[in-house]
Design a protein around this ligand. Sequence first.
Ligand code: SAH
Length: 255
Amino acid sequence: MPHDPGTVKLVGAGPGAADLLTLRAARAIESAQALLYDALVCDEVVALAPAACLKIQTGKRAGRTSMKQETINRLMLRLARRGLRVVRLKGGDPSVFGRVGEEQAFLNAHGISTEVVPGVTAASAAAAQFGFPLTYRGQARRLVFATATTRDGALAETGWAADREATLALYMGRDQLSALAARLIAEGRSPHTPVMAVENAGRADARAMPGRLGALGQALAAAGCEGPVVVVVGEAAAQAPAFLNAEPALIEARS
Ligand code: SAH
């Protein structure tokens, strides 16, 4: 689809490997005149933009601070009003914890048209790479995308945790997984529920940490993750070869 000048494309960059981009995403990046990208977007993907494209990193990486959402919104607006083909590039799928709704609403309210290009979300990349499904007939009938934290950083009450037939794909929870696991168990999910925590899903340096919900916090603390981690909780996770090969107690993290 051609990119009209003065519009903004909100594009999913996938989990961090350029060959997991959609063709539509790759074409949008290749024809961008201004690119605003998040910290989770890999260099290989940013490198697809033309040399003359204005490239602006909006997320924090290597100690730099992130731009405020308001600043990002204003910047996109200014660039689009200059008549540039603006691409707002986000890790994974822009519609999964990507603030795409907020950015779209802001731009549209200021008369700028937008288009969303989907991407491979972290949970899908993790499942594909480590050999387990997110749904499974008769066993995992629902999939919940959830985050551990709320806007003010507090642990949210779930209300859905006890559903044994739901696979939970937990985003943005790396640093409070012990508390989150305790919450899920308190709300009725069994501590024996299989878990696959995956760091850097979709990338060459991805690591899987199989375990059980009751030991999730310890397993992750032992693994010392520094990259982004998506945690998949539910019976379907038990189909991963890494899970099947782990010790029965599954207390220790594995790479
Ligand atoms: N829009 C993104 C999610 C953004 S929220 C998507 O669809 O994937 C940021 C969170 O996503 C991280 O805290 C982490 O939980 C998860 N995440 C993003 N990329 C990841 C990756 N490559 N591996 C594991 N988790 C990832």
